[in-house]
Design a protein around this ligand. Sequence first.
Ligand code: ATP
Length: 331
Amino acid sequence: MNKIKRIGVLTSGGDAPGMNAAIRAVTRAGINNSLEVFGIRRGYEGMIDGDIFQMNSETVSGVIQKGGTFLLTARSKRFREPEGRREAYEQLKRIGLDAVVVIGGDGSFTGANIMSMEYDISFIGIPGTIDNDLYGTDYTIGYDTALNTVVEAVDKIRDTASSHNRIFFVEVMGREAGFVAINSGIASGAEIIMIPEEKNQIEKARRFLAERARKNKSSIILVAEGLEEGSAMEIASMLTPEFPQFDIRVSILGHIQRGGSPSAKDRIIASRMGAAAVEALLDNQKSIMVGVVNDVIVQVPLNKTIKLHKAIDENLISLAEGICTFGPPKN
Ligand code: ATP
């Protein structure tokens, strides 16, 4: 017998396009399965403040195509403390919520996992982050849209780069993971892709520029923001004096990567994951994340997705090098 009657849904951490589609799917699938569904505004902050309201099918009309999250999101310091989580629990009990669907990244899942060990609340995670850096799922909501945004921006930068014969260092998001950089780099034909998973990235750029010096052509060097060697600006400042013959520029794509109408792929993944989260709750599951692997919905224990690291596919790195202007580095 399923004991869940009332569920909450929230978005937490960084916003990502497609979060609205996931909220919509959770709400509609919940209601269509006789659950009462409540929206929790501003992530865990709103949970602590009791900023919670009942939703119906119409509440989520017209949101699927919108970027961001209409429930708003936040990073909550208070939720990191036991006292904050106790207050959050009291608010959930006041309304009679038995379960919460958390749409966010690994930080949000860590918080959910901790609270599920302290209190009798079922948490289901839906991966929502543009970084795609969560273990146990091939895709996270927002990643595909962010990739397309980066590719579109790099295409535009390339137009001006080639008109002026400039070298552009373009910085993209990815503090600890180079998924956005490697895939958008392949898709936009970047000459060099610098990712945090690989060592000696500056050497790679230096070698490339030395080769380039003989051809005098424009180039795009894609830089993930989490490089050990520094930001795109710092790397460009280090290399510029070594290559005075080049007109070197830097472009930091920044927050535009988070925004925009979600791609069809993100909307579909978000809808599938939202419905799967409700199914998991009806199945009395708790402390799991729903993900997608080989296009099939899977369930992964929250503690596993938090602890384990998702590695970048080595084949993608080889591919990027194998099809770039000078081929893989020769040792
Ligand atoms: P993104 O990948 O977009 O940054 P995220 O979910 O990883 O998303 P975080 O800011 O790391 O974003 O986490 C979101 C919220 O989860 C935090 O503001 C905090 O409220 C909660 N949280 C994170 N880590 C913990 C923790 N160790 N204990 C309790 N709560 C936590």
